[in-house]
Ligand binder design. Sequence first.
Ligand code: DGP
Length: 112
Amino acid sequence: MDDCLFCKIVAGEIPAEIVHATERTVAFRDINGQAPTHVLVVPRDHYANAAELAAGDPEASAEVVRTAAAVAAAEGHDDYRLVFNTGAGVGQSVFHAHLHLLAGRPMAWPPG
Ligand code: DGP
């Protein structure tokens, strides 16, 4: 996708603090961190959201979750929250599938 922010981060065309990378995924810190650890895990290939990723590339979908778990462990967190916002109505602002990994502070439920 020519005009996709996260495709450009994956391609190295826009800088980001990359914390982990695998064959199918890249993990980098959220520019607007909401917790001591706030990392976004994205598939290298472009899918608009988590459901499209799971339908189109189930292995990459699983690898996104495995990557988030690896980052959480590397940063010393046994407890963490994983979030896929899907749709502008619930706050999705970048339409390249991304898993939020949040950890390192108490979190309320239900989320706001
Ligand atoms: P969402 O609202 O679920 O679509 O999450 C998009 C996240 O992307 C949001 O938490 C902020 C983050 N973000 C937006 N632009 C950039 C950027 O240029 N670099 C990085 N590292 N994160 C970004």
